[in-house]
Design a protein around this ligand. Structure first.
Ligand code: GLU
Length: 492
């Protein structure tokens, strides 16, 4: 048997470090067994999936050196590798389940579903809706069918008993069938859900081992059932531990930068990031901290993955990155890394129009543009002394801006301006007054190049990190305050 593993990201946002982490372990496992590693794009959520996000995911994984053998960009014998291009395959398979009595058409309206759930809640029952809960009176079912009502296709699931799923790291996982709902497999728009598409593709793409994040454990019983219904062998499952913030909560962009773009733009080396991800729940036999991807592949052993939530600690990563730069890069390589990072024509070219109106001698260039070549600016509470706003308002303003910026799908000046205008109105401030603290947070000084242009050029990740950093130096937001702010924000 040839071992085949895969990473199956959904292109619905920034390229997440968690995706790279899972990709790394899948890649190492495949290489250890002389097998193949596949990249599949799970873009069945048409509303949230974007081509831009897909491109960023591919770019980031490639930057980290996590190369795949088959994928949407390079093709392969089991394509297409983008689920949005495989619609007819899922339709055929859903039909096959219907014919075998393993799935059923459900004509329930969303109001009816809410009412059914409410009934169960009131009766203190588990909220999972089972096929018999959803069944309509046969006449009514026929009436809706004949009238062409919208319907979804759902999975037949047992009502009682225990489902036992085998996990490579966790052994047997037991789940009561009572907790597993009659999962939607095909939505009313004819698009498959994750569950159907994922199982069909893993089978058709010959995937033998599925290493994925622990957040998918609850899906395993449904997947196991689907494999049984189709009469297919099921790949071995391995649910990897979730990455955590230093406070042990699930790694989230609210507390830590989670986008690989951030690490790239801050000047981390890809080999250091990949190495650090390899330390997440795993260690080399000799416990050394610094190792290359090749070394990791050569010594890989899945059984040495420990399930205690690995902490993604920015300070440790920074330390490791420093070791890489100092030990591995001679002057020529360091110059090369700096060029690749920011001292290149494409990046500097964007900055020149910013400094041109303000420059008198060439030696002004760095003082004017330094913030484009820096990480987090050196600011403290006093940096905001010249801003005529209460500390509390300042923090609220910066926090609201971070939240608004998190929702942006396209990062360009026009979209940024729109957000800023909207918030300035909310705070009843003139644009200039609103932007004064933003200016300091983003550029580190109160007079510099245009702040909106700077944000556009610096990109979403660095901009948001700088705004968050400013909130921190202003004393941060307590949990209690965060709750209040969130409430105010929702009313915006
Ligand atoms: N599309 C899922 C994700 O976004 C894939 C989960 C899996 O690996 O099964 O992570």
């Amino acid at each position: 048997m040839t071992v085949r593993t895969r990473i199956a990201p959904s292109p619905t946002g920034d390229p997440h470090v968690g995706t790279a982490y899972i990709a790394l372990f899948n890649l190492c496992f495949a290489r250890l067994h002389g097998g193949q590693f596949i990249l599949r794009i799970e873009d069945t959520d048409r509303q949230r999936s974007t081509a831009e996000s897909e491109k960023m995911i591919l770019d980031s994984l490639r930057w980290l050196g996590l190369d795949w053998d088959e994928g949407p960009d390079i093709g392969g014998p089991h394509g297409p590798y983008r689920q949005s291009e495989r619609g007819s395959i899922y339709a055929q398979h859903a039909e096959r389940l219907l014919e075998g009595g393993h799935a059923f058409k459900c004509y329930r309206t969303s109001e009816e579903l809410d009412a059914l759930r409410e009934e169960r809640r009131a009766a203190g029952l588990h909220l999972a809706l089972k096929p018999h809960d959803l069944a309509l009176d046969p006449d009514e079912q026929r009436r809706r069918e004949a009238a062409g009502y919208p319907y979804v296709i759902r999975l037949q699931v047992p009502s009682e008993g225990v489902c036992v799923v085998q996990d490579m790291l966790r052994g047997q996982i037991e789940v009561d069938w009572a907790q597993v709902d009659a999962q939607i497999l095909m939505k009313s728009d004819g698009m498959p859900t994750y569950h159907l598409a994922n199982v069909v593709d893993d089978h058709l793409m010959g995937i033998t081992h599925v290493l994925r994040g622990e957040e998918w454990i609850n899906s395993a019983p449904k997947h196991q059932l689907l494999y049984e219904y189709f009469g297919w062998p099921m790949p071995e499952l391995c649910h990897m531990p979730l990455l955590r913030n230093p406070d042990k909560s699930k790694l989230s962009k609210r507390k830590n930068p989670t986008s690989i773009n951030y690490y790239r733009r801050m000047g981390f080396l890809p080999q250091a990031v990949t190495n650090y991800l390899g330390r997440m729940g795993w260690s080399m036999p000799d416990e050394r901290e610094k190792f290359s991807l090749d070394e990791m592949m050569a010594h890989f052993d899945l059984q040495r993955v420990s399930l205690g939530g690995p902490v993604f600690d920015l300070d440790k990563l920074s330390w490791l990155n420093g070791v890489y730069i100092r030990e591995d890069l001679d002057d020529a390589a360091l110059l090369g890394a700096l060029r690749e990072w920011a001292f290149n024509e494409a990046y500097v070219g964007q900055i020149l129009p910013q400094i041109r109106p303000r420059i008198t001698t060439l030696s002004d260039a760095m003082p004017l543009a330094g913030h484009f070549f820096a990480g987090l600016p050196e600011i403290d509470e006093r940096s905001f002394d010249g801003v005529d706003l209460e500390r509390e308002t300042l923090v609220t303003l910066l926090q609201f801006l971070v939240w608004r910026l998190e929702t942006l799908t396209s990062w360009e000046k026009g979209a940024l301006l729109e957000q800023v205008k909207l918030l300035a109105e909310h705070f009843e401030l003139k644009m200039k007054a609103f932007l004064a603290p933003v200016f300091i947070a983003v550029t580190g000084s109160s007079h510099s190049t245009s702040v909106l242009d700077a944000m556009a050029i610096l990109g979403s990740d660095v901009t948001r990190a700088r705004l968050r950093h400013a909130i921190e130096v202003l004393g941060g937001v307590s949990k209690k305050q965060a709750k209040r702010l969130e409430k105010q924000y929702r009313e915006l």
